[in-house]
Structure formats: C-alpha cells, structure tokens
Design a binder for this molecule. Structure first.
Ligand SMILES: *[C@@H]1O[C@H](CO)[C@@H](O)[C@H](O)[C@H]1NC(C)=O
Ligand SMILES: *[C@@H]1O[C@H](CO)[C@@H](O)[C@H](O)[C@H]1NC(C)=O
Ligand SMILES: *[C@@H]1O[C@H](CO)[C@@H](O)[C@H](O)[C@H]1NC(C)=O
Ligand SMILES: *[C@@H]1O[C@H](CO)[C@@H](O)[C@H](O)[C@H]1NC(C)=O
Ligand SMILES: *[C@@H]1O[C@H](CO)[C@@H](O)[C@H](O)[C@H]1NC(C)=O
Length: 314
C-alpha cells in the first residue's frame, strides 16, 4: 500500500522537480557585473530553491546574489547591496544576501542595486538586477463542503474548498471499497478557483476512498477521504420503517377508539385521539409522523467522513 502510494505520488509530482531543475536560468548579464539572483525558502528545517520567480507567501525567504567572476576581477572589491523588495521595503547591506518574507500573495518586482568599489579613488561600478516574483499561497487544506449523504447509483457532485493560490492542478480518483488501484491512474483537472467540484456515481455501497492531490507552482497536498455510501437496501429499510410507523399509529388509533367510554360520540373520539397521536385526522397528520421518522433515520446514517492530510512541499 505504501509503496504503491509512493509510486503514485512520484508519478504525479515528478514534473515539479524537473521544472525546478530546468528553470536554473542563464546569468543576468545586463551590467558590468555578471551574476544572478537565487531564491531560497525555508519551511521547517527544509530549504527549497525557488528559481522560477515563484515564492510561497509567509515563508522565510533568502535572496542571494551570485557573482560570476571566474577571473577573480572583483576579489578585492567592496560591494554594497540595496534590495528593494517591491512591497515598500528597502534593505541595505554589504552581504550578497537578504532575508525577508512576503506576507501577502501577489506580484512584486524585486530589485537589487549593486555598487562595487574597486579602488579608493575610482568611481564605483554599479549594476541593477531585477526579478519579477509571483508570491503564491501554499496549498494548506482540502475541505469537503458537501454533500454529506451518498447513495448508490446517484449522481453525486462533491464540492471541496481548496485553500491555496490558483491555478492548481488537481488529480483525483475514487477507490471502490478503498481497494488500491494497481494501474495508479488519476483524473487530472486544472483548477482556476478555490472550489473543486467532482461528479461521481457510486456503483456499490460501503466505504469508498477518494484520493485527491493538488499542487500549484510552489506546493502540493495529498489527501484521502473516506466516504460512506448507503445502499438502495437502506432506502428499502427506510421505507419499511415508515410503513411500520404508519401501522403502529393506526393500531394505536384503533386501540384508543376501542378503549374510549361508550357514551362519547364518534367525532369526539376522533378529536381526543388526535391530541395523542395526530394533529389532524387526515393524511397530513400521518405524513408528520413519517417526517419524524425520516429525521431519526438520517441521524443514524450519518456518513463517515475523515480526512488524512499529508502535506508535501517542493
Ligand atoms: C526536521 O526536524 C524534525 C524535528 O524538528 C525532524 O523530526 C525531521 O527529521 C527533520 N527533517 C529533516 C529532513 O531533517
Ligand atoms: C576581468 O579582467 C580581464 C582582464 O584582466 C578582462 O579581460 C575581463 O573582461 C574582466 N572580466 C569582467 C567580468 O569584467
Ligand atoms: C501575476 O503575474 C502573472 C503572470 O506572471 C499573472 O498571471 C497573474 O495574474 C498576476 N497576478 C496578479 C495578482 O496580478
Ligand atoms: C448526472 O451527471 C451528468 C454529468 O455529470 C449530467 O449530465 C446529468 O444531468 C446528471 N443527472 C442527474 C440526474 O443529475
Ligand atoms: C461537475 O459538474 C459540474 C456541474 O454540475 C461542473 O461545473 C464541474 O466542472 C464538473 N466537474 C468535473 C470534474 O467534471
């Protein structure tokens, strides 16, 4: 089960890793000083290289200027760095690295003004490096919004709230009775909003698993839901219970009539029995009892919904 899950996860997420590797861009050679900006993000004790210009919001970030100087022309030079984060914050320093975080998702232009003093009496060489960064919210949760009731052979539209920045790639699959699917395939869809709607018709009763993997450019989350699907047999049982309720009501009605003192007229009997069982003598009153039973039935058959969330990050 574990090995198969791993294989499936790898199959789905491998493109992310290759994207990161491929995105190692060329050197920014706009100015006199060749170099490039490299982004790192720390999540827990893991550090991620973010070379695509996409960053996760609310995560400690480090940007480093990597100087390209194979001939060591600048080995004795003094550097000054002015970092404009594009969110109103400017940080100055003499180290080729800046530490910060973007708390809000959005698009920013990060700009580095570099000054190099080669010798005491020569004017400094300057360079400006900028990078457009797209700050995205990592996918933090996948929440089932509804419905809470599943039946066999019924078109079910399941709605989920996905907490994270779109666009997101979603891959999902239903496992009948939670039996692992050796083929390991899943249905891939692109999500441009935070609501995911999946349409499914359950073919058998019992507990079914729904595996969902969601990723955006900076994170991914895999979750499994257990859904309890009622059989049509339950519907029959429900109907039988309802019939039994009517029978009991009718029977009690007859007993009450039979036990009434003889001097009462028929209409009076009907009124007093109403006070005990039914609000009205007609079928409307009987349907009220039915409704009460349906309420009990629904509570008893509360479906099992559980979410085992495991968060992975690239
Ligand atoms: C990260 O730290 C936690 C404890 O703080 C530890 O259990 C885990 O193994 C660490 N992970 C790595 C990749 O070092
Ligand atoms: C470094 O200096 C050499 C000459 O000493 C020069 O040819 C080369 O262009 C310089 N490189 C840079 C990046 O300035
Ligand atoms: C940020 O830029 C990307 C393209 O680089 C664009 O698709 C996206 O809509 C922009 N987001 C915002 C919030 O402007
Ligand atoms: C079942 O779903 C299909 C497609 O998802 C839709 O066309 C059809 O109208 C649905 N049927 C019912 C009864 O909701
Ligand atoms: C499910 O059906 C709804 C309409 O009923 C549709 O908007 C949605 O795209 C469908 N989802 C999938 C994954 O096909």
């Amino acid at each position: 089960m574990d090995r198969y899950n791993l294989a499936w996860t790898l199959a789905f997420f491998l493109p992310v890793f290759s994207a990161v590797v491929l995105a190692t861009g060329p050197l920014t050679d706009l100015e006199n000083i060749a170099g490039k900006l490299v982004f790192y993000q720390m999540e827990g004790n893991a550090t991620f290289v973010r070379d695509t210009g996409e960053l996760a919001s609310d995560v400690p970030t480090e940007t480093m200027f990597e100087l390209f100087d194979p001939q060591k022309n600048f080995s004795t030079a003094k550097f000054t760095y002015t970092w404009d984060l594009g969110n109103g914050k400017v940080i100055q320093g003499t180290e080729p690295v800046v530490r910060y975080l973007y708390s809000e998702s959005g698009n920013y232009t990060l700009q580095l003004k570099l000054g190099v003093n080669m010798a005491k009496y020569t004017p400094p060489i300057t360079g400006v490096y900028s990078m457009d960064v797209q700050v995205l919210d990592a996918i933090k949760s996948i929440e089932l919004k509804g419905p809470s009731d599943y039946k066999v052979s019924q078109n079910t539209s399941l709605a989920f709230h996905v907490d994270g920045s779109p666009p997101m790639w979603v891959c999902w699959r239903f496992l009948t009775n939670c039996v692992p699917d050796v083929s390991g395939g899943c249905t891939l869809t692109m999500l441009y909003e935070n609501t995911l709607r999946l349409n499914h018709t359950f073919t058998s009763a019992g507990v079914h698993c729904l595996d969902i993997s969601v990723r955006n450019d900076i994170s991914k989350l895999q979750t499994s839901f257990s859904l309890y699907v009622r059989s049509s047999y339950n519907t029959h049982l429900f109907f039988m219970l309802s019939c039994a309720a009517i029978l009991v009501a009718t029977f009690s009605f007859i007993i009450v009539i039979a036990c009434r003192p003889r001097h009462s007229s028929r209409t009076q009997i009907a009124t007093s029995s109403n006070a005990m069982f039914l609000k009205d003598q007609d079928s409307e009153g009987q349907s009220k009892i039915l409704l009460k039973f349906s309420g009990v039935g629904r509570e008893e058959r509360e479906p099992l919904i559980s979410q085992h969330g495991t968060q992975y990050s690239s």
